[in-house]
Design a protein around this ligand. Structure first.
Ligand SMILES: *Cc1c(COP(=O)(O)O)cnc(C)c1O
Length: 370
């Protein structure tokens, strides 16, 4: 269960069609302003793949130093909306067409010697690059590991050395520093340990710009728990030498909290002794609980009536004809009746934009901004 802010509750109660997304832009603004303040001296970029919604980007743009984009599509999208915002362009499989855009961004994150060879061959420039490193450091406790072992992301030391050789003796592609995004779902202490390792590695190469990535933890089991931005920011300040630039690029931990997927109970039933509530929509609009394997936290607004469940465990499912269409399993609720409104929280990152909208051809949700 999750506490629903009054403004979101009012918006949810006023909906005439379900399901719908409600984005709480005011809470996003407060949150990102607080994050910005907690990171003195560190550049803050937003990882657009978490949620590229233009209205969210407009709020974020007032507080961040730039945007991290992971495809030519994201690059074009952000360029159109925020022509002057500095962009960092990453992603493990950039095509030649995408590499041709390299000279239009602030930083290109080079993923491999092969990619660098294609960039050099393309002859565009000047291009300012960071080498994406995958250091051999422990990432225990991470929800997702992009580094710390064999993965398709970035380069080990051999790859980095090969890049240094390729870069030598030319001036069009300029080495500015290193980039790392080793893991996601880590707390401040664990991310600071990783940042320390990346900064030390950069110093070993003699470069002074270091992007330590995103991956700040978000707890779906305890929505009130927040990443310790102040501790993280203070740790980064201590780590940074005066002539160094440190940059972070969080996605999930910035936008997860501002999104709500609001739906309505169609049916409550008992099958082989277990209670199920079927709601309008489904995980084709909010795939997060399926991809993360968690219960999506939700609040119940008592807009319904009739026989349902009270003070007992219920599994909340959507309208899709697949057993995978589950939002939350065996959650004890005070009440859940047909017609009740269910507002799933923490649906602002890796939610609608990672979902398989066309499966079963149900209507798309409306989007509301408060
Ligand atoms: C996805 C991604 C991020 C953002 O990760 P979060 O876990 O959403 O903070 C940052 N950098 C890179 C390179 C990424 O791929």
């Amino acid at each position: 269960m999750i506490e629903i802010p009054d403004a979101v509750r009012v918006a949810a109660e006023c909906l005439t069609a379900h399901p719908a997304y409600v984005y709480d832009l005011r809470s996003l603004e407060e949150h990102v302003a607080a994050v910005r303040q907690a990171l003195p001296g560190t550049e803050l970029y937003y990882a657009v793949k978490a949620n590229p919604d233009p209205r969210l980007l407009a709020v974020l743009a007032r507080h961040v130093d730039g945007f991290e984009v992971s495809s030519g599509g994201e690059l074009t999208h952000v360029r159109e909306l925020h022509p002057d915002a500095p962009l960092a362009f990453g992603g493990p499989g950039k095509t030649d067409t995408e590499l041709a855009l390299a000279s239009t961004v602030h930083r290109l994150h080079v993923e491999s010697p092969g990619e660098l060879r294609r960039l050099l061959a393309a002859g565009t420039g000047p291009v300012d690059v960071l080498l994406r490193v995958n250091l051999d450091v422990p990432v225990a406790g991470a929800a997702l590991a992009m580094g710390g072992g064999a993965t398709p992301f970035g380069m080990d030391d051999d790859g980095v050395r090969e890049c240094l050789t390729l870069l030598a003796g030319q001036h069009r592609v300029r080495l500015r520093g290193v980039h790392a995004h080793l893991a996601s779902g880590l707390d401040a202490a664990a991310l600071l340990d990783l940042a320390r390792a990346v900064v030390e590695y950069a110093r070993g190469l003699g470069v002074r710009e270091i992007n330590v990535g995103g991956g700040m933890a978000v707890s779906y089991t305890d929505p009130a728990e927040r990443f310790a931005w102040k501790i993280f920011g203070a740790g980064l300040s201590d780590l940074r030498a005066p002539d160094e630039t440190l940059r972070v690029e969080p996605g999930r931990a910035l936008t997860a909290y501002c999104g709500w997927y609001v739906t309505r109970v169609i049916d409550v039933k008992r099958v082989h002794g277990e209670a199920f509530a079927v709601v309008t929509g489904g995980t084709h609009h909010l795939r997060t609980p399926v991809t993360k394997g968690h219960d999506q936290p939700f609040a119940v607004l008592p807009t319904g009536a009739g026989p349902g469940v009270r003070d007992e465990p219920v599994t909340v499912v959507g309208q899709l004809c697949t057993p995978k269409d589950v939002f939350a399993r065996r959650v004890v609720v005070p009440r859940l009746l047909p017609g009740d409104t269910v507002a799933f929280g923490m649906a602002g990152a890796y939610a609608y934009n990672i979902s398989h909208h066309d499966f079963l051809m149900h209507p798309k949700p409306a989007f509301h901004y408060i």
